[in-house]
Each structure stands twice: as structure tokens, then as C-alpha cells.
Ligand binder design. Structure first.
Ligand code: MIC
Ligand code: SF4
Length: 755
């Protein structure tokens, strides 16, 4: 059975693409990149007379679709419920994947999670039915894999409430991660605003071979560009190396573009995408795309002289690429495998690998699994006994069913592998790893995308390294971080020295994909009679109360709730793992606010000074005390604050607890927008060094908030404990509309008012 979703929407878009691209070319006045073609063909107004300034024009777009996952959909839909619509305005889907724990194995874990999350899954299923949203049940797969298999189409624009929505760039889309409030706007039939991105072109030459895979391309790019190098940019890949990659390999590269902070990444339509569309049951889309091929990729002039058209250009030769291992604790610390012995010794990383995990939304393709399985097979045949625990998290039921049919699951079982449910599981701290509570320092390796502290098993002393599924498998079998399968041998059970041959696999299943029950539930034709109930005493779900609007005065005597030191990702601001269960209940989840951030003044986590009592306590406790006493507060942070997830909880929680402003050296894109949407002040130091001027006992006064204007810095007065005072300037990127959100107490309040 195959079903092409929303084919009419795709047809409709393609039918006017040629004309829109031609118009855009005229307006821009030169040949176009693929990114520009997609963006200019999705303008809310349909067309434009002026070219947009990259990196500075705010532009209204009309995305083709919206995707949400269970952990973020709750908040997105709690907001959507307030927008007064009968149905979503564009095709939208919900995917249940984040709330499923990885403990024993897929069947038990899935049924346990159905019981534990019953209330939330019911809510999501009912609300989807009501509002015309496609619902993918728990077990159906991870959002990004399911989107790639079913919904992504070349030249399309989509947004999703998850930072790895960008995965769909593998099929030639512009797919962007957003907070739930942005998703709500689009589902409610409004425009979606984005600052027109800058463009980074990455030319790939040569061809992958041997141990190298698509993952190594992005691991290398992450090493070059770092976790913030892609901020505000779309990365467009091109060149013979790009067309030589499989579609799912491209997906992997785009997926991890989130780890360099890129708005998204994309590739031009080519044969690999056509093959993937056909293989996943969408020949109609492939045929349509073939008719307009030239509009679904960048213009030839652009790729011939990229320096003239992109803001930054990199070139990577796939012939010379080496496998990389990135980490620990940050995805951009890139070490080529040949240098791992030195790096591990220099940094004193434990070299014994305790666990290897493959799969996730990043690396779950048939190609990935078949290549990793070829190594597992060799291990069994050559008598290499796996030294580390090993697990697989398939990305979707379609992939899982197919790899089981083709014998790969059996191959993995022979090396003692555990198969977890088709869900996020260990990637998002939902790994009930035995012994993790002992907090021992240890090393694991996985083929996921993120490796922030405590992210996989909740243990902050687990050093997680990111690598391709092939390298992950080989190192798990060797049980050694410094093992280089390209050059080193292992001692097998007979005491002989044996080596791995390079992995081999299949781009797509030779017998085609298959699945019995993909796990999809279609919405009701007319859902108006469907009722959504949220129990008043629920600990999992809570209807949203409007945030207070701005009282029109300068914020005065604000206290520093915390001055966060170093990395402060969304995982530090609103942890996942066990806290995921409160994603639909703002007050309950607020109890994890900033508990992972390090306090600059004492180097400790979750221990800040309560300025009312002078005592140190947990961050949420102290903030609740300020709120109760009516004392405003601000949070201070370092670079790339809010890096990582799209979870708007990281903005809503401080807002709910009464924090008024977040003042940092720089923001990650999604988080900055989330703060604005929720009526917070998102500010950056005009002079980065002013971060050092903020003292623990300061009182902070806004001098000119009453004149809050687009493009004009604000002034803050720091009143220090010793009686001295000094002013600092802070920048912001609010446009007029966004200032209105601030004044109204959040964007949703404006919608409420308009009803
Ligand atoms: C992640 O990979 O961090 C997540 C969990 O998928 C998040 C979404 C969330 O926090 O629910 C993301 O990437 O946006
Ligand atoms: Fe799920 Fe991990 Fe992918 Fe996020 S990165 S969607 S948690 S598998």
C-alpha cells in the first residue's frame, strides 16, 4: 500500500514555480541559489518587487506544511486551541516519538510508554482528529524519518517544532525548526516570519569510499564552522560530491546542520532523490519534479562561481575525507579517527567504550543499517566478541520492518544487540541505562547528533562521542575509543589478529520497502464535534493562562537570577529525559528551569543566591520567591545561549516564573524567536566584555525601555552593591511587530485580542 499525502498541494506549488523563480531572478538581478528559489517561491504575498537583504530583512513566508513531535506538539496545540480555528490552515502532522523510553527493548518499552503517557497520547490523538492533523502513533517512528519517507518534497518549504526538522533538506526542501508559537501561526493561517538568511555554499567534490559516510561530511563541517558558525545561515551543498551521495545521506548531513546552528541545509534535486521518492512509494512526486528539474536546484552559474553568490564558501573533497569522531559534550569538537589516540590521551578521556548506539533521526536509513550490519556480520564470522553494549533505534516502522525482513536485525542480535522502539529513546535522555545513577565517568559512542552533558542517560559524567553508524559499530565491537578500524586489528576469540574489511551496504532496499502497519491515523473529515478535555488536576497537561502584558514602565531593581557560565543549551535551561513528561504542563515543567546551567559566581549548578534571604537555593525555588515578592529578575548568559532544541519551554518557563529579560553575548536563532514570541526581552551585550560587569548582588534598572524602538539599543543601569553605578548598552533585534508582542505580553495575546 502506498499513499501520497497532499499531492494536490505539491502539484499546485509546482505549477507556478517556473513563473515565481523567473520573477525572483529578475528582482534579485542575478542567477539564483536553490535556497533563494525556494524562499522566493514561498512568499506570503506571492511576489516581491524588491530583493531582500540577507541577514537583515524580515520576510513573511507561506510554508507548505507543519510537523510537530509529541514533546513540543502539546505546547504548540495548547496554543493553537486558543486561536479560534476549526481546522489547520496547512497540512500538518503530529508524531509520537520523544516520550518513549528505551529500557528493555522495543515491545515492552512501547507498551510501557503507552500506559505511562496515555493521557498525553490521547490528548494529541484527539486534538489531531479534531483539527485535521495527521497523527502518527507511538511506534510509527521518529518525526524526521517519517517526514522524509512520506511528506518531504523537492522545492518545498516546511516548518516543524523540532530543531532537526532540517533533516528534510535531504530531499531538497527548505525545512526549518521553530517553536510551537511559530507553528501555531502557520496552522492558524497566518504568515511565518523569518529574517532572510545568509547563504553558505559547500562544494563537495570527489566521492565517498571505504569507511567514510555522509555523517563524516557533517562531522567535519561542524569542526570547521563550530556550534554557532551557521547561525542565521542556510547551508546549500552542491557539486559532483553532492550528487554522488544517497538521498538519506544528504538527510543526515542536513539533520546535523542543526548542530552548527544553521537555519537549515539543503541539496538540489537529483537522481538520488528521484530514486528515494520512487522507493518510498511516491512515483507521482518524482514525475512531477522531473518536469521542473531546473527550478529545483541552484542555477548552473551559481555552482560554477559560488563565491559570487554565496556569503561564504567551503569546499570538501570526499576522496580525501577521513571518518571523524566528535565530542565529548559538544558536537563540534571534531577529531579525525587517525588522531583519536593522541586526543584521548591529551584530554584524559576514558578509552573503554561502554556502549555503542546506532539509529535515531540522524542515521537510521536502510543504507546506514545495512552498512553497520555488514560489520556486525564480520564480527560474528571472524570471532570478534563485542566488548560494549550495543543497541539500535530504528527511525521508522517502515525501516524497521524492512531491515527485519532482510535479516539485519538477526545479524545484530548475533552480536548481542538490543533493538529499541522506533523513537527518540536514548537520544533524548529517555535511556533507562542500568547504573547511570552512580554517575561514573565513562565513554559511549553513538550515531545521533547531540552529545550535550547528561543528554543520553542523564549522567553528566558520561562522555558521549558522535560518529557514523559504521564507526560506532566498529568501536563498540572493539570496546575501545582509540581503535582505528582502518589500520588496527583486534584479537579474536581464538587469539588471532583479525581486521575489519570496509563496510558495504545498499543505498535502498533491493526488494523495496515494506511495512505492515505504518502507524498512521487520519483526522476526521469534520472534527467539530470532537471535544478536547484537559483534567484540571492533571499533572501532565495544563491549559494556558495568558501572560501579563507590559505595564508600560521601565523595569527597575531587577535581580540577577543567574549569570550562566559557558555553554547554556536548551538542555541546560529545560532538561529533557525524565522532565519530558511535563511538556504539556507549564507550571510543573517550570520546576526544572535552568537547573543545568552553571552559576558564574560559584561554579555550581542549580545553586543561586536568593537576594531576599541571602541564602543559596535552587534556581526555580529562588525565582518563585522573587515572583511571589513581585521582584523582577533577569538571566545573564554567554555565547550561543539557547543552542540546541526548538523547545519553547526554555522561553516559556522563565516567562511563567516571572523572569523579564535574558541578556547574553549571543543567542541561538530558534531560542531568540521563542523568547520574543512569549513576550520576553531577548537582549545582547553591545559590548561583550560587559558580561564581566554583572555582579551577583547587582540591581538592574532599565533606563529607556519606555522608548523601546526597532534598531535602537537599550540602556541598562547596573547598581552595584558598593553603591557604584554604571550604564551599559544592550542590543536587540526586535522589529515593530515583535515589539508589539512584547507590549501585549506575548504574540498569542494579540491573537486572543483579535478574536
Ligand atoms: C532534541 O533533539 O533536542 C529534541 C528533543 O528533538 C528537541 C525538541 C524537544 O526538545 O522536544 C529539538 O531538537 O528541537
Ligand atoms: Fe529525537 Fe534525537 Fe532526533 Fe531529537 S535528535 S528528534 S531527540 S532522535
Amino acid at each position: 500500500m502506498s499513499q501520497v499525502f497532499d499531492l494536490d498541494m505539491i502539484k499546485n506549488h509546482y505549477s507556478r514555480l517556473a513563473e515565481r523563480v523567473e520573477n525572483a531572478r529578475k528582482v534579485v538581478g542575478k542567477p539564483l541559489t536553490l535556497s533563494e528559489k525556494i524562499l522566493y517561491s514561498h512568499l506570503w504575498e506571492g511576489s516581491t518587487d524588491v530583493a531582500f537583504g540577507r541577514g537583515n530583512s524580515y520576510v513573511d513566508f507561506a510554508p507548505d506544511r507543519v510537523a510537530m513531535q509529541d514533546a513540543t506538539a502539546q505546547m504548540a496545540l495548547l496554543q493553537f486551541m486558543q486561536a479560534g480555528r476549526k481546522k489547520v490552515a496547512v497540512p500538518s502532522t503530529v508524531h509520537c516519538d520523544h516520550l518513549i523510553q528505551a529500557r528493555v527493548g522495543s515491545t515492552t518499552d512501547l507498551s510501557d510508554s503507552l500506559i505511562k503517557n496515555n493521557e498525553v497520547f490521547n490528548f494529541l490523538s484527539t486534538i489531531s482528529t479534531k483539527y485535521g492533523i495527521g497523527f502518527w502513533k507511538p511506534g510509527a517512528g521518529i518525526i524526521h524519518q517519517v517526514v522524509l519517507e512520506n511528506y518531504a518534497f523537492p522545492g518545498g518549504l516546511m516548518i516543524g517544532t523540532d530543531s532537526h526538522t532540517v533533516n528534510a533538506g535531504g530531499l531538497g526542501m527548505i525545512a526549518i525548526g521553530v517553536g510551537g508559537a511559530d507553528a501555531m501561526d502557520v496552522m492558524a493561517g497566518m504568515a511565518w516570519e523569518l529574517k532572510f538568511p545568509k547563504l553558505i555554499g559547500i562544494k563537495l567534490t570527489g566521492k565517498l569510499s571505504g569507511w567514510c559516510s555522509a555523517k563524516d561530511v557533517i562531522l567535519k563541517v561542524a569542526g570547521i564552522l563550530t556550534v554557532k558558525g551557521g547561525t542565521g545561515c542556510i547551508v546549500e551543498y552542491f557539486g559532483e560530491g553532492a550528487t554522488s551521495l544517497s538521498c538519506t545521506g544528504k538527510g543526515t548531513i542536513c539533520n546535523m546542520g542543526a548542530e552548527i546552528g544553521a537555519t537549515t541545509s539543503t541539496f538540489g534535486y537529483d537522481d538520488s532523490m528521484e530514486k528515494y521518492l520512487r522507493s518510498t512509494g511516491r512515483p507521482e512526486v518524482a514525475d512531477l519534479a522531473n518536469n521542473i528539474r531546473e527550478h529545483l536546484t541552484g542555477d548552473a552559474e551559481v555552482y560554477a562561481n559560488p563565491e559570487m553568490y554565496f556569503d561564504q564558501v567551503l569546499e570538501i573533497n570526499l576522496d580525501e575525507l577521513e571518518p571523524y569522531i566528535n565530542g565529548p559534550f559538544t558536537p563540534d569538537l571534531a577529531t579525525p579517527i587517525s588522531k583519536m589516540k593522541e586526543a584521548a590521551a591529551a584530554n584524559d578521556w576514558p578509552t573503554k567504550v561502554e556502549a555503542g548506539l546506532i539509529g535515531s533521526c540522524t542515521n537510521s536509513s536502510y543504507e546506514d543499517i545495512s552498512r553497520a550490519a555488514s560489520l556486525a556480520k564480520q564480527a560474528a564470522e571472524k570471532g570478534m566478541e563485542p566488548k560494549a553494549e550495543f543497541s539500535i533505534t530504528p527511525g521508522s516502522e517502515k525501516v524497521r520492518f524492512t531491515i527485519e525482513r532482510d535479516g539485519f536485525i538477526e545479524t545484530f542480535s548475533k552480536i548481542g544487540a538490543k533493538v529499541f522502539a522506533n523513537a527518540c529513546g536514548p537520544c533524548i535522555g529517555m535511556w533507562a541505562r542500568a547504573g547511570a545513577e552512580k554517575k561514573e565517568r565513562n565513554t559511549i559512542i553513538h550515531s545521533f547528533n547531540r552529545n550535550f552533558s547528561a543528554r543520553q542517560d542523564g549522567n553528566p559524567n558520561t562522555l558521549a562521542f558522535v560518529a557514523s553508524p559504521e564507526i560506532t559499530t566498529a568501536l563498540a565491537i572493539a570496546g575501545d575509543l582509540t581503535f582505528n578500524p582502518l589500520t588496527d586489528s583486534l584479537t579474536n576469540s581464538k587469539g588471532e589478529q583479525v581486521m575489519f574489511d570496509a563496510p558495504t551496504g545498499y543505498e535502498l532496499p533491493p526488494l523495496g520497502f515494506d511495512v505492515k502497519d505504518a502507524g498512521y491515523q487520519a483526522p476526521a473529515e469534520d472534527g467539530s464535534a470532537v471535544e478536547i478535555k484537559v483534567a484540571i488536576d492533571s499533572e501532565r497537561l495544563q491549559l494556558l493562562a495568558p501572560f501579563a502584558d507590559w505595564d508600560g514602565t521601565n523595569i527597575e531593581n531587577a535581580r540577577v537570577l543567574i549569570k550562566a557560565k559557558g555553554k547554556c543549551t536548551t538542555d541546560h535551561i529545560s532538561m529533557a529525559g525524565q522532565w519530558l513528561r511535563f511538556r504539556g504542563h507549564l507550571d510543573n515543567i517550570a520546576n526544572n528551569t535552568l537547573i543545568g546551567a552553571t552559576n558564574f559566581f560559584n561554579g555550581e549548578q542549580n545553586k543561586v543566591k536568593n537576594q531576599i534571604t541571602g541564602e543559596y537555593a535552587e534556581v526555580p525555588t529562588v525565582q518563585r520567591a522573587y515572583k511571589a515578592a513581585g521582584i523582577p529578575s533577569i538571566v545573564v548568559g554567554d555565547h550561543n545561549y539557547g543552542e540546541g532544541s526548538s523547545r519553547e519551554h526554555a522561553a516559556m518557563q522563565p516567562r511563567h516564573l516571572g523572569v523579564r529579560a535574558i541578556l547574553v553575548k549571543s543567542f541561538a536563532r530558534i531560542h531568540e524567536t521563542n523568547l520574543k514570541k512569549q513576550g520576553m526581552l531577548a537582549l545582547t551585550f553591545s559590548n561583550e566584555a560587559d558580561y564581566d560587569k554583572i555582579q551577583e548582588n547587582d540591581k538592574i534598572n532599565f533606563v529607556d525601555l519606555v522608548n523601546f524602538t526597532a534598531g535602537k539599543p537599550l540602556t541598562l543601569e547596573l547598581a552595584h552593591e558598593d553603591g557604584s553605578k554604571e550604564n551599559i548598552f544592550v542590543n536587540h533585534t526586535y522589529n515593530d511587530q515583535q515589539i508589539e508582542w512584547f507590549k501585549a505580553g506575548g504574540a498569542l495575546n494579540l491573537i486572543r485580542k483579535s478574536l
